[in-house]
Design a protein around this ligand. Structure first.
Ligand code: SAH
Length: 456
């Protein structure tokens, strides 16, 4: 059956943009039927052509910008919008911060929780060049090895030298590596045939330490001319401390393989967060915006109201960044995390920093919480920092039984945050402060926030 839609492919429509989706696309409406149009902003009058029609919505492409939003940033280089680098790059930064706050407000409203306040988003003074890590694909384009970024939703590489939101030394390092790979005629990996050598270049740089690590992710065990290449990289990259080969021979989208092999220098680099030293290995998870991570954690720690007498659980603790920052202000901290290597890092980081009141276990947070509860552990504060899918229901139920006075919820997904707030309310908890969004990823659509829940 053919469904009747209010618009057809190739229709030209002139209309006002009424909304911005959480992915950063403008929305125009024809009889309540939404058409998503990239690079258009609320309030703008635009002429568009319909490019794709489905039962419930359509996609369009702007052909003419009739009236411009005062929040628009003129981007000469459209590649930043087209790739995943800066999907909000066309929006002035104060408007980006409002957009992020508004997203949480809207979800609360939909859940009939509009009495919960949301504070203005904490932004960055310089919302560019903040990332301390880059992972760039390497591909052969028209016979030349290129590094860059994939177009949104595709595997088409767009060659880029200035990545806009990365530490400029990282951009510089990628260029140096690319030029060496070109000079020695290294074959980029080809997804179609499964042949070729280098798949991805990863670069990390410590924000405080300025130490640089280069990881060459290869399909093959051997990289031709590897000695010459490493020698050149080690001579040219400022602050280089470590060059590692990571072997990933699998035909998958997964970036990193399991085998690391240090080609030059150290196996790891160091950096600090809130004065605590962290050792970072090629596979470690480490927050990518160190300046804002400090503000996020400071907000979480301040809200926990610690005075050195409390017992704290840090669920989803990763390499223990929050746990170790909290340890100074608490009697005892327990961390739980599902990835064994991250817990090894957490234990090592505790030891290296002389922190003796933090204990780490490998496990699923929801199961471990239930276990701790059965064992009679009585935390005063629970801190959670879950992945996008939010908290397991068992964890919230176990919390209801353990009855910590406070729950500090660090969230990277407002939708699951709002769902979980409702579940905590069923357990007798209430949001007692305005939710604090902290912008961890300027120019992108990611929304991070800190919520304080207390027992009624
Ligand atoms: N708080 C840490 C990590 C946050 S990211 C930091 O700021 O660095 C979320 C973490 O949750 C990841 O390390 C992920 O491996 C872990 N994780 C995912 N599902 C989990 C589960 N069910 N139980 C415990 N940890 C989990």
């Amino acid at each position: 059956m053919k469904v009747k839609t209010p618009v057809y492919k190739n229709d030209h429509i002139t209309s006002k943009v009424v909304d911005l989706t959480y992915q950063g696309n403008g929305v125009i409406k024809v009889e309540h039927y939404p058409i998503f149009v990239p690079n258009t902003l609320p309030g703008e009058e635009v002429e568009i052509v319909v490019t794709k029609v489905t039962r419930n919505f359509a996609w369009g492409k702007m052909v003419k910008l009739i009236s411009k939003s005062p929040d628009r940033v003129e981007m000469k280089d459209q590649r930043y919008l087209q790739t995943g680098i800066a999907p909000l790059g066309n929006l002035k930064y104060p408007a980006q911060l409002k957009f992020k706050r508004h997203q949480i407000q809207e979800l609360l409203e939909k859940a009939h929780l509009d009495d919960i306040q949301v504070a203005p988003t904490m932004g960055m003074e310089h919302p560019y060049e903040y990332r301390n890590k880059a992972q760039v694909p390497v591909k052969l384009i028209k016979g030349q090895l290129q590094t860059g970024f994939y177009k949104r939703g595709s595997h088409d590489l767009v060659p880029i030298e200035n990545f806009l939101i990365q530490d400029p030394v990282i951009d510089q390092t990628i260029k140096i590596v690319r030029d060496q790979l070109r000079q020695y005629h290294i074959q980029p990996y080809d997804e179609q045939t499964g042949r070729g050598c280098i798949r991805t270049v990863m670069v990390r740089r410590g924000y405080y330490s300025h130490e640089v690590m280069v990881v060459l992710i290869s399909n093959t065990k051997k990289i031709p001319h590897v000695e010459e290449i490493t020698k050149e990289i080690s001579a040219k990259v400022p602050g280089i401390k470590s060059i590692v080969q990571n072997i990933n021979s699998k035909r998958t989208n997964k970036l990193l393989g399991d085998v690391n092999h240090t080609l030059w220098g150290q196996d790891t680099i160091n950096d600090q967060l809130l004065g605590i030293n962290f050792t970072i290995s090629p596979l470690s998870f480490y927050q990518v915006n160190p300046q804002q991570t400090e503000r996020l954690y400071e907000t979480a720690i301040q809200n926990a109201g610690l005075d050195g007498t409390q017992t704290v659980i840090d669920a989803y603790c990763g390499i223990g960044t929050i746990s170790l920052a909290v340890a100074k202000h608490a009697k005892k901290v327990y961390g739980v995390e599902i990835v064994p290597a991250a817990i090894e890092d957490a234990k090592m980081n505790a030891k290296n920093n002389g922190i003796a009141n933090a204990e780490f276990v490998v496990g699923k947070a929801e199961e471990q919480m239930a276990k701790w509860q059965e064992e009679g552990l009585k935390p005063d504060v629970l801190i959670v920092d879950p992945p996008r899918k939010g908290l397991g229901e068992e964890l919230i139920e176990a919390t209801g039984k353990m009855k910590p006075e406070k729950v500090i919820y660090v969230s990277c997904n407002p939708a699951t945050l709002v769902r979980d707030i409702q579940r905590f309310m069923d357990q007798g908890y209430h949001v007692t402060k305005p939710i604090q969004p902290v912008d961890q990823f300027p120019q992108t659509t990611h929304v991070e926030s800190v919520t304080v829940l207390e027992r009624a």
